[in-house]
Structure formats: C-alpha cells, structure tokens
Design a protein around this ligand. Structure first.
Ligand code: PAF
Length: 283
C-alpha cells in the first residue's frame, strides 16, 4: 500500500491505479473500526479494481464547541488496518495540504437534506462535510465513493452535492456495521465507559421495537414519543427520534408507515447516532 501526504504524490499514485470508473475512494477521519474495513470490502464487491482510503480529521466540520481536539487519532493502527484490508493507497493530507493558506471556497448544500436533525444540532457541519468530500472526489478522481449508512443524513447530503456539481462519482451506500449487541460501530464509541457501553444498545433496541409497531399500523408520532420517553428514563439525552422521508430527511406525514427512522442521543457525554429503515426489512 502506498501512502500519499501531498497532492502531487496522490495524483501520481492514482494515475497508476487504473481507470477512474473502477477506482473507489473510502473517505474516513481515521480511528478505523470494522465498519470502515467493510467499506473497503464493499468497494471490491461493487467492482472496484483499486481503493484509495483517506484519513483526514476535517476541522471544517467541527463547530467551535465540538470535539476536534479530542477526536481519536491512531495513524499507525489505521495504516495497518488499511493494509490488512487490501487498500491500495492511503491519502493522509495535512491540514495545510487540504486547506492551503488563502483557501476560501466552501460547498454548501442548501435545502432539504441538510435541514433539521444534524443540520440543526451542528451548524456548519454539513458545509464542512460537503466541502471536504467534494475535494476528496476531485483530488482522487475516483468514480466510486463508499459511505456508511450509519450517518444517513451525511450520505444524503453528499449524494446531493455530487449530483448537483456533476462530479462523475457514484456515491454507494453501505450497510451500518453493528457490534454483537446491536450498537452501531463508531469511532466515538471508545469514549463510552463500561456502564454507558452496557446501556448504549438500548437505543437500537428501542428503535427496532418502535419500527415494528409503526410497520404494524400504529401512528409513528405516538410510538416514537413513547420510545423517547422510555430512553430518557434510562438516562439518554434525546436530541431527536423521528420518522423521515429517506432522501430529503423531511418529517414523514402523520399517516406514514414507512420511511427512515433517525435518532441522536447523548449518553454519558457521548453522542450516539443511529438510523434504520421502516419497515426494518425495507433496506
Ligand atoms: O463520516 C466521516 O467520517 C466524515 O464525515 C467524512 C465523510 C470522512 C468527511 O470528513
């Protein structure tokens, strides 16, 4: 596996990796776990002949009060994991390589997929994500981009951005990878203490139970209010738990029995995000 830390090295290396159409990029912020590794495997399954993974903790997508300094970093472990997963090229730009002095351009998706939920909770977050992803697509020239469904709203925002800018890249959604007890894998899970870690799967359990009730015909507003109250009683700080239209993230109409259930909850200082299709088999 080659490693590039500046744009000239990246461009020379990607030029040797074969045709654009079957070059896949796996954008990450490092602290890699099995969910990230699954994106590399998914790229191969989708026909990628070469995979470039980026590791860049993107300052633009963290608000001033957020955990940029505390975000986990493990370059040695990450490079070993990428190598073991069969990645061809690791793109590790420095902040100055990604945003050289004078950098002044941002990409902002204005409209439904960015409105509400994470868009409200983290002002500026999706502008940072869209900007860095547009740059990663253009820098690598990849024709495929692998994104986990775990960050459902991010996946919709990036898909919209690539389409709107006519970037010739297919954004490919990949299923959320879960721990054995159901907790969605996330680099931030390592901050959960033993007690919070034991409690965390209650979120997905409540979501799955709620999805079954909605699919069986109960009104989603009442079901989700019940579930949120129960989770609050267990110590979760609920930011939201809602049924939305999958591509636009607009709230589902009261009679809806299908859609995407999205949730964000704080547990012992760690923010947990999850989402599932409703009905659950509706992937
Ligand atoms: O999901 C992430 O890890 C990040 O938001 C991404 C897509 C790598 C952009 O920085």
């Amino acid at each position: 596996m080659r490693i590039a830390r500046d744009l000239a090295t990246l461009r020379a290396a990607t030029a040797r990796l074969g045709p654009r159409e079957t070059l896949a990029v796996v954008p990450t912020m490092g602290a890699l776990h099995a969910g990230h590794v699954s994106l590399i495997q998914a790229a191969r399954q989708a026909g990628a002949t070469a995979v470039v993974a980026s590791i860049f903790v993107n300052p633009l997508q963290f608000a001033a009060n957020e955990d940029l300094a505390r975000y986990p970093r493990d370059e040695t472990g990450d490079l070993a994991a990428l190598q073991a997963a069969g990645c061809d090229l690791a793109w590790l730009p420095t902040p100055a390589a990604m945003y050289p002095p004078g950098h002044a351009t941002g990409i902002e998706v204005v409209g439904p997929p960015t409105e509400g939920w994470e868009g409200d909770a983290r002002p500026g977050h999706f502008r940072g994500v869209a900007t860095v992803c547009a740059k990663l697509f253009l820098q690598t020239g990849a024709g495929m981009a692998m994104f986990g469904e775990k960050d459902w709203q991010q996946l919709q925002v990036v898909t919209r951005m690539a389409a709107d800018l006519d970037i010739p890249v297919r954004v490919i959604p990949c299923p959320t990878v879960r721990e054995a007890d159901g907790l969605a894998m996330s680099s931030r899970n390592r901050f959960l203490g033993p007690e919070a870690r034991a409690k965390a799967p209650a979120l997905i359990a409540a979501m799955r139970a709620a999805a079954a009730r909605i699919a069986a015909g109960e009104a989603h507003a009442a079901v989700l209010a019940d579930a949120a109250a129960a989770l609050t009683g267990q110590g979760f700080g609920m930011d939201y738990l809602a049924l939305v239209e999958p591509a636009t993230l607009q709230p589902a109409p009261p009679s809806a029995r299908r859609g995407r259930m999205v949730a964000a909850a704080r547990l012992a200082g760690v923010r947990l995000l999850d989402n599932i299709p409703v009905p659950e088999s509706n992937t």
